[in-house]
Design a protein around this ligand. Structure first.
Ligand code: PDD
Length: 276
């Protein structure tokens, strides 16, 4: 398969990463996951903008401009002949003798690949179980860093408890999923955590808020409690790979059950109309 290495499309065998790459030693890097529908990328500009913002937040410089990056990612998609799936791109601070102190604004090392990946048709229809647990992550969840141990550990736990995703709470309020954002619906009003340092401001999250507003639904970007989750009418997660997936049961720190409700279904329909 073809992959991206800095400004070159090459084959995977040609990519050799040094053992002192800071991504490998420290998780010192950032990433994006961009969806492909019917051979076309969706929300590429929004993802690349967030990529650039994450880079700026940790003071890594893009080695070339966003328009070239966009061209390269489109080439990568074409060369691999992807119909429905994702582009993964990451950028690390590159190679330097292992030491905590980093040099500011060095040019990052970019790698990327594409993969065919079916979107979760059945889960979007029937909903998923989620496992609610403490948010053990750091205080800069707004950065889309490859440093994801807090996320991977809660995901492992959720899977061990036969749940499809972990959702997390901090100081009595819900934050987000291990790789998704979280919404609840109560009396036809949507609630989701505000885009602060405690969550990743998902591109799908932003799209759902926009679609809701365009369709006369109220979205309140305020924190909500475990009790509000338990008493909600509907709940769902959003992400590039999960789109809008309803939650039917919550296990873990509280228990709750939901049906796949009318607002979730309406938003799924609006979203579908955007991507086709
Ligand atoms: N994850 N929150 C976290 C912690 C995430 O990792 C993600 C996405 C989201 C949703 O963001 P978006 O709608 O922009 O995909 C929220 C990607 C899909 C991943 O790590 O695979």
């Amino acid at each position: 398969s073809f992959v991206l290495l800095n400004n070159q499309i090459t084959t995977r065998e040609n990519v050799k990463i040094d053992m002192e790459d800071r991504g490998y030693n420290f998780g010192d890097g950032i990433y994006e996951v961009i969806p492909i529908y019917d051979s076309k990328t969706f929300s590429m500009d929004e993802h690349l903008q967030r990529f650039e913002e994450s880079a700026a937040k940790i003071e890594i410089k893009l080695p070339y401009d966003k328009s070239l990056l966009k061209r390269l990612l489109n080439d990568l998609k074409e060369k691999n002949n992807i119909t429905n799936g994702i582009i993964y791109i990451q950028m690390t601070r590159g190679v330097s003798p292992r030491a905590h102190l980093y040099e500011r604004n060095v040019e990052g090392l970019i790698t990327g690949f594409c993969r065919e990946m079916p979107f979760p048709v059945e889960q979007k229809h029937s909903g998923i179980n989620v496992f609610l647990t403490a948010d053990i992550r750091w205080l800069r969840c707004d950065i889309k860093t490859i440093n994801l141990l807090g996320n991977t550990m809660v995901k492992r736990k959720a899977t061990d408890e036969n749940c499809h995703e972990a959702i997390m709470h901090r100081d009595g309020t819900l934050t987000e999923g291990s790789s998704s954002n979280l919404f609840i619906v109560k009396d036809k009003i949507l609630y989701t955590h505000p885009a602060t340092n405690l969550i990743l401001n998902g591109i799908t999250r932003q799209k759902v808020i926009k679609l809701a507003n365009e369709n006369d639904l109220t979205v309140v970007e305020e924190t909500f409690t475990l009790k509000q989750l338990r008493e909600a009418d509907e709940a769902f997660i959003t992400s590039t790979t999960q789109e809008i997936t309803p939650i039917t049961s919550v296990f873990g720190d509280i228990q709750a059950n939901f049906t796949v409700g009318p607002i979730t279904k309406a938003l799924q329909q609006f979203f579908k109309e955007c991507v086709e």
